[in-house]
Structures are given as structure tokens and as C-alpha cells.
Design a protein around this ligand. Structure first.
Ligand code: NAD
Length: 503
């Protein structure tokens, strides 16, 4: 039996229960149907229906918010060490079911097993990392003044809403849910409608690990209804959102009447800038990895290659060879590097850029075509002879599609790199230290790597500038979002209080 057949067999076993009962919502620790009936989730591999999914409405969201409100005092007051133990048990549970999570994620989203098996384990790491922070999360400062002993402390903000997208949905959900729970918040999670399966696995794992009922509630449904209701619910104190920049604007608008605190992780059109003094072999590996892994459906993907004109021909020739060699195939085949795109709508969006590129006058140097198949497969694509004003250089395509633009000087590279509405990541390849210092200082991005691909380190701040987002995740930055700062001043003596009405 091939590895692919073996994985398909295992997946079949894991999906059996979902085929029988569908994916239910989980509110107050109880599995419930959606008040709007069901919708279906399909696989991008062959367009087959996977299972029914509870279709949540405003009513379901409001019930979940009530449950999160009721559970808040229980979870907030639970001794930190006990909360920490629950989070560690969730991490253990994720590890124990990592293969199931990865297989289901691949089938639901089209992502390759090669990457999803690691993403599932990163979900466990997220829980372990934030479990370690639970005890000190509430600690504050002592700021003495002449008459007061001022102390600060942090308290969890309350029930929060977490709205996640369909690209690597499991890992991204844990990235938000783990720090929220570590802070002492309760959660209503609205997963993306295109990829509901692993959110269901997560809530199951959390309850098996002893998370009290109502602390994590999962309501499936569509953004315009369930997502909107979550933003508008007055019991929900903050929304952590990952998704498109346009949806990010809606999140702010929808939450305005209830004065929501928002954390927005949005889109990107990230540059990888390759100077002629760089280690070009490593730069090539990293540039390819950052755009063609995870199907290019990755917010931090290096979707714009800025390559110095002195090395362009050579660099692009090697790039074309490698891109044409990338293995596109069944996502459950461990050898596959690119699987199908997540949905028909997204497939149409990504493939529409093949004609846009031609109309703009760019060259399709690799790919640029769909593949004969029942699923949403596209060949990894490279556009060359592009310039920064073209739509392929400005718009987030969110697929395995790279736009290459050449530059002649450092100044020009910086100008092109910053010539975008977005500002999530930047990747700079040079062996000139002072240039790296100058360049990174002026590059408009929330996260920059020099001579490296994106290597996530959980204590560092993750987030973007410009249209790529507001706020940061990671380390203590996560707690700044999920917690309120509180100041308390204790008089240390009998200082003079200005008297009014006491002549
Ligand atoms: P999307 O904005 O369409 O949807 C994201 C989530 O928002 C889904 O759960 C959806 O149901 C919900 N939603 C949609 N409309 C809503 C509304 N009016 N109110 C409340 N919720 C609503 O994004 P997507 O297509 O699922 O994901 C891809 C996008 O996510 C890309 O732009 C990508 O760059 C971005 N992304 C960003 C990061 C980051 O960290 N910056 C990480 C991953 C993905």
C-alpha cells in the first residue's frame, strides 16, 4: 500500500463520525445543532461533500456569548497553576491527535500533508508556550510616587470573539485561542466556513483535557451573519481577527457600537529583496519556500521578488527550473508540495491573474495554467518582466504565484518594496551589514528577516503595519490584547487633600 493510500484509509476512519452526525457547534460544553440548519463542507481535491456543518445564526452566537460570560468568573478565578495544567493537557491532546488533525486539514483545505503535519504540532507548541506564561500574565509594576504606592496589575478583558480564516486554520486558531485562555478569557470561536473540521477537533480536545464548559465555544457559520453577530454582541469585549484587509475594516465598523477592542491580522504583498552580494543559493531556496509552500495561501508569503538587475537573468533561470519541478498533487501524498486551492471561488480568483498578468504586459515564465482535474489544482506560477504598478505587483493573489521585478539600486529596491498598501513582512538578502541596517530601518513592514525565511519564534511580536493589520501577537504582546491594565494607588501617609467647600 502506498503512503497516499494509507493516509486516505486513515482519513476515512477519522471522517466517519462527521459523515454520520455532521459537525456540531459546541456551546456551554454541549454539542448543538445550528439554528439555521446545516451547510456543507466540500473537499477541494475532488469537490466531494465531506459532511454537514451546523449553520450558526445570531441566536447561536448570542447563546455562545452568554455561555462565555457565565464561564468567565470560573475560569478567571481558577488558580493559575490549574489553568496552566489544563493548557498543557490540551497540548498533549493535540500531539496525540496530530495525525488526525493534519489529515482532516489537508482534505478540508487542500494543503499538503508535508506542511500540515508540522502545523498541527505547532498548534501544540502554541498551547505549551502560553501555558508557561499563565502564572506571570497578571504581574504588574510597582511605581512609587511621593505620596502613593502605585501598583499595576493585569486582568483578563472578559469573553472574547476569535474569527479565523481557512489557510492553516488549526494552527492559526491555536495561535489566538491559547493566549486568550492563558490570559483568563473565555472564547467564542467562529471558524472559517470553508474549513470547519479541525476547529471541531480542537474544541473536543479542549474538553477532553478538562477545560470547563463554556470557556471555549465554537459556532460555525458565515461571516456576514455569525461573524457579524459576534462583533456586535455586547458581552464580547474584544475581537481577534485573522483574514482579509477588507473584512478587517468591517470588523471595526461592526464592533464600533459596542466599543470593541480589535486585533487585526490581515493580508500582505510581501517583498523578498535579493541583492547581488547575497548568498544566492540560499536566497533562492528561501524565496521559493516562502511563496510556494502552503499553496501560497499564506499571509507572510514572499509574493513579490525584487531581484537586482546584475543577477536577474541567472537567478530567474534557476527559479524557473525549480518552479517547474515543484510537485503538485494529492495533498495526502507525503511527497506533494502543492495541493489544490481551497475553494472554487478562490481558484477563480487566483487563476484570473493569469490573464491580468498578460494584459499588464508581464511574461508568464512558469505555470500560468490550471491542471486537468476534478479539483482546484493550479501549476505554481512565475511572472517576470513585471513592474510595481501592475496589478500582479499590487494585489494579494494568495496562491502559488510569484511576481518578479528587477531593480538597479538600493534606493529603487526600497521604493518598490514600500510601494504597496500592505506591510506585513519583508525578507532582505544581502551580505552587506550596513546596507541591511539601513534597509530594514526604512522598510515598511511589521516583521523583517535578513538572510532568512520566516522562522517564527513565539516570544517575538507578530503583526503588520499599513493595511496588514493592527496589533501584535506573540510573547507578552498577546496578553496586552487579551488583558486590561489596572492601576491601584495606595496612600502611604496622610498627604494633603485639597479641600473644597471648607473655607
Ligand atoms: P476572510 O476575511 O474572507 O475571512 C476570514 C474570517 O472572517 C472567516 O471566518 C469569515 O467567515 C469571517 N468573516 C467574513 N466576513 C465577516 C464579517 N462581515 N464579519 C465578521 N466575520 C467575517 O479571509 P479568508 O479568505 O478566510 O483568509 C485569507 C486572508 O487572511 C488573506 O488575506 C490572508 O492574508 C489573511 N491572513 C492573514 C494572516 C496574518 O497573520 N496577517 C494570517 C493568515 C491569513
Amino acid at each position: 500500500m502506498s503512503a497516499l493510500e494509507e493516509n486516505i484509509g486513515k482519513l476515512d476512519g477519522h471522517l466517519k463520525k462527521f459523515r454520520e452526525v455532521g459537525i456540531l457547534n459546541c456551546i456551554a460544553g454541549v454539542d448543538v445543532t445550528g439554528s439555521q440548519g446545516t451547510f456543507q463542507t466540500t473537499s477541494p481535491v475532488d469537490r466531494s461533500i465531506i459532511c454537514n456543518v451546523a449553520h450558526g445564526s445570531k441566536e447561536d452566537i448570542d447563546r455562545a456569548a452568554n455561555a462565555a460570560q457565565e464561564a468567565f468568573s470560573v475560569w478567571r478565578e481558577m488558580p493559575a497553576l490549574e489553568r496552566k495544567e489544563v493548557l498543557i493537557r490540551i497540548a498533549d491532546g493535540i500531539e496525540a491527535r496530530a495525525e488526525e488533525i493534519a489529515l482532516c486539514e489537508c482534505w478540508d483545505t487542500g494543503q499538503a500533508y508535508k506542511f500540515m503535519s508540522k502545523a498541527a504540532l505547532r498548534g501544540a507548541e502554541n498551547f505549551r508556550y502560553f501555558a508557561d506564561q499563565v502564572v506571570q500574565a497578571r504581574d504588574g509594576q510597582h511605581l512609587k510616587s511621593p505620596t502613593l504606592m502605585n501598583v499595576t496589575t493585569r486582568v483578563p478583558i472578559g469573553p472574547v470573539g476569535i474569527i479565523t480564516p481557512w489557510n492553516t486554520p488549526f494552527m492559526l486558531s491555536t495561535w489566538k485561542i491559547a493566549p486568550a485562555l492563558a490570559a483568563g478569557c473565555t472564547v467564542v470561536h467562529k471558524p472559517a466556513e470553508a474549513s470547519p473540521i479541525t476547529a471541531r477537533l480542537l474544541v473536543e480536545i479542549a474538553h477532553d483535557a478538562g477545560l470547563p464548559a463554556g470557556v471555549l465555544n465554537t459556532v460555525n457559520g458565515f461571516g456576514e451573519v455569525a461573524g457579524k453577530a459576534l462583533c456586535q454582541n455586547p458581552k464580547i469585549k474584544a475581537i481577534a481577527f485573522v483574514g482579509e484587509s477588507q473584512t478587517g475594516s468591517l470588523i471595526i465598523k461592526q464592533g464600533a457600537d459596542t466599543l470593541k477592542r480589535n486585533h487585526l491580522e490581515l493580508g500582505g504583498k510581501n517583498p523578498v529583496i535579493v541583492f547581488d552580494d547575497a548568498d544566492l543559493d540560499r536566497a533562492l531556496d528561501a524565496a521559493i519556500f516562502m511563496i510556494y509552500s502552503i499553496n501560497g495561501e499564506r499571509c507572510t508569503s514572499s509574493s513579490r521578488l525584487l531581484v537586482q538587475d546584475t543577477i536577474r537573468d541567472n537567478f530567474e533561470a534557476k527559479l524557473i527550473d525549480r518552479v517547474n519541478n515543484i510537485q503538485v498533487g494529492h495533498p495526502l501524498d507525503p511527497k506533494t508540495e502543492i495541493g489544490p486551492l481551497v475553494s472554487e471561488e478562490h481558484y477563480r480568483k487566483v487563476t484570473s491573474y493569469f490573464d491580468i498578468a498578460k494584459a499588464d504586459g508581464a511574461t508568464i515564465a512558469a505555470g500560468g495554467e490550471v491542471m486537468e482535474s476534478e479539483g482546484y489544482f493550479v501549476r505554481p506560477t512565475l511572472f517576470t518582466e513585471a513592474n510595481t504598478k501592475m496589478r500582479i505587483a499590487q494585489e494579494e493573489i494568495f496562491g502559488p504565484v510569484l511576481t518578479s521585478i528587477s531593480f538597479s539600486s538600493e534606493e529603487e529596491a526600497l521604493e518598490i518594496a514600500n510601494d504597496t498598501d500592505y506591510g506585513l513582512t519583508g525578507y532582505v538578502w544581502t551580505n552587506d551589514l550596513t546596507r541591511a541596517l539601513r534597509f530594514t530601518e526604512k522598510l515598511e513592514a511589521g516583521m523583517i528577516w535578513v538572510n532568512s525565511e520566516n522562522v517564527r519564534h513565539l516570544p517575538t511580536p507578530f503583526g503588520g503595519v499599513k493595511a496588514s493589520g493592527i496589533g501584535r501577537d506573540g510573547g507578552d504582546w498577546s496578553f496586552e490584547f487579551y488583558m486590561e491594565q489596572k492601576h491601584i494607588g495606595f496612600a502611604t501617609g496622610r498627604h494633603k487633600i485639597t479641600k473644597l467647600g471648607a473655607l
